[in-house]
Design a protein around this ligand. Structure first.
Ligand code: SF4
Ligand code: SF4
Length: 240
């Protein structure tokens, strides 16, 4: 993965964090009922997690966590696949929930990869305390905005792996920079995980309602006009 993609990803995370700071969420440290094995992400996000693990010499820890993961669900469509089908007028249903057991990166109520957690974790939030089995309380437009940001991040990683966080991380274990996993994981581990992931797709358009746009447009504007080097995120994502 190119470092440029990591820079763009961080810009997107920052823009979302600034926009969402205006909400009254009750989320706090040690509150983690939302931390399940049902997290999806892109290979770009997986690359950032692997980088942190390498820099901290925690490959043994990650190998142990990945081997202990529960049964994961192979998604049949990405967020952009779903958006594209909806925009074509197809009658598609969102995917069923996957494995809702606790995320293996949660230890003593804290996320051990917090600073590099993927966007699906960054947008977990609730205006009232939620517990295992209950839903978060969020304004509809927050959910729409989160989905739009997921679509942009998927566009950034188009053509690369997309799927359950634990499968994407496992599938990336045989990249040259991750060669230390050769001695830490079974030989076919990455290959088996690759079967569980699909490919990220380009952005087909957003699923935003006109009445939400005045609240969400500032977020999209903040993302697209951010500069990474000499160019805006929008021009880089458009290949200009
Ligand atoms: S989304 Fe719910 S479970 Fe997760 S931190 Fe917020 S209040 Fe806690
Ligand atoms: S990666 Fe961290 S924030 Fe995300 S589900 Fe796991 S423990 Fe929670």
């Amino acid at each position: 993965m190119l470092p440029l993609k990591e820079d763009i990803l961080r810009s997107i995370y920052d823009a979302f964090a600034e926009w969402s700071a205006g909400f009254s969420f009750v989320c706090s440290k040690n509150c983690a009922a939302c931390c399940t094995q049902n997290v999806t992400m892109t290979a770009v996000e997986g690359g950032v997690i692997h980088r942190l693990i390498r820099e901290n010499g925690r490959e043994g820890w990650l190998a142990e966590k990945l081997q202990a993961k529960g049964e994961t669900v192979r998604p049949w469509m990405t967020t952009n696949d779903f958006a594209g089908a909806c925009l074509q007028g197809e009658d598609v249903q969102p995917e069923e929930y996957g494995n809702m057991s606790p995320c293996p990166f949660l230890e003593n109520g804290c996320c051990r990869i917090y600073e590099v957690r993927p966007f699906s974790c960054r947008c977990f939030a609730s205006e009232q305390k939620c517990f295992s089995g209950t839903s978060a309380l969020l304004p509809e437009y927050y959910l729409s905005a989160s989905t739009a940001v997921m679509q942009i991040i998927e566009h950034l990683g188009q053509g690369e792996y997309w799927g359950n966080m634990l499968d994407v991380l496992s599938a990336l274990c045989d990249l040259p920079e991750n060669r230390s996993y050769v001695t830490l994981l079974p030989a076919s581990f990455a290959d088996q995980s690759r079967v569980q992931v699909i490919k990220a797709k380009p952005l087909p358009g957003f699923l935003l309602l006109d009445e939400e746009m005045d609240k969400i447009a500032p977020l999209l504007d903040a993302i697209f006009t951010r500069k990474v080097g000499e160019k805006t995120v929008e021009s880089i994502l458009n290949g200009r």
